[in-house]
Design a protein around this ligand. Structure first.
Ligand SMILES: NC(=O)c1ccc[n+]([C@@H]2O[C@H](COP(=O)([O-])OP(=O)(O)OC[C@H]3O[C@@H](n4cnc5c(N)ncnc54)[C@H](O)[C@@H]3O)[C@@H](O)[C@H]2O)c1
Length: 266
């Protein structure tokens, strides 16, 4: 029996990167895991994200761990698509106990979108993906959690939502991730009486298959030197915190943000 046997989890944006690690960790702990991603084969875009050839997607990897899984392609920025996807997952796996609202990201180069020159179209797109997508996912799972009188919700912010980049660039991303920290606090107060905890995880410089290429281009030391631990984070470092936030170890923890930055944010 795993710590999460009998539980149903959903991880958004789990087809690659950190989200895939979250989904696999929850499955290892015994949960049945639903996956939502705009592209269940998004791992194909980055050499270092490639998964074993016998797997079509993370859904197959999860099933191999001996639990149930169901994957749906949907755009997290579109409320009707999110609701339909979650309805399908609930139909296959049952009402949701755990949501990790991980799908998100910015747009354009890290040197773009200085705060005073923010591209409002990009802001709108990224806001819909990061903040609205989180809210849509929450709204779709909360009625089932209230019925159960149990729920664990984890939202995903970023180091960029906690502090500015050095030159104030990539601000369109940072402000949406900061908004997620605030939303998490409100949601925790709202849902606490229903025994639903809500916390945020704030990854720092995590060496995913997508970002490692950028870190290497710009010099890995430029990033590791900012950390107290003098190394990049790994998706597993983040999954360790997800294990805490989705199991009974965190039953009296709500409304908080856990920094997984290796000490960048002081
Ligand atoms: N990697 C890092 O260092 C880092 C640092 C801080 C925060 N984060 C946050 O962690 C989360 C995961 O980051 P990652 O580096 O693994 O990202 P990634 O880009 O490698 O993976 C994101 C996944 O989400 C999916 N996705 C993107 N847009 C979507 C949409 N509109 N609807 C549904 N699915 C969508 C993609 O297809 C992909 O599978 C993101 O919210 C990101 O902002 C990452």
């Amino acid at each position: 029996m795993g710590k999460l046997s009998g539980k149903v989890a959903i991880v958004t944006g789990a087809a690659r990167g950190i989200g895939r690690s979250y989904a696999l960790r929850l499955a290892e702990l015994g949960a049945d895991v639903g996956v939502i991603d705009i592209d269940l084969k998004s791992y194909l875009h980055f050499e270092k994200e490639k998964i074993g050839e016998k797997y079509e997607s993370v859904v197959d990897e999860i099933k191999e761990l001996g639990v149930k899984s169901f994957g749906v392609e949907a755009d997290i920025s579109e409320q009707d698509q999110v609701q339909t996807a979650i309805n399908k997952i609930v139909g296959h796996l049952g009402e949701v106990d755990i949501l990790v609202a991980n799908a998100g990201g910015g747009s354009g180069p890290i040197s773009g979108n200085a705060a005073s020159e923010m591209d409002l179209e990009q802001l709108e797109t990224v806001m819909k993906r990061n903040l609205n997508g989180t809210i849509y996912s929450v709204k779709a799972v909360v009625p089932g959690m209230k019925k159960k009188g149990y729920g664990k919700i984890v939202t995903v912010t970023s180091i960029a939502g906690l502090q500015s980049t050095y030159k104030g660039t990539y601000s369109h991303y940072g402000v949406t991730k900061a908004a997620i920290v605030s939303y998490t606090k409100y949601l925790a107060q709202d849902l606490g009486p229903y025994n639903i905890t809500v916390n945020a995880i704030a990854p720092g410089y995590i060496g995913t298959g997508r970002l490692i290429e950028q870190f290497e281009r710009e010099g890995v030391e430029n990033y590791t030197n900012q950390t107290a631990l003098k190394r990049l984070g790994t998706p597993e470092d983040c999954a360790n915190v997800i294990e805490f936030l989705t199991t009974n170890l965190s039953d009296y923890v709500t409304g908080t943000t856990i920094h997984v930055t290796g000490g960048v944010v002081k």
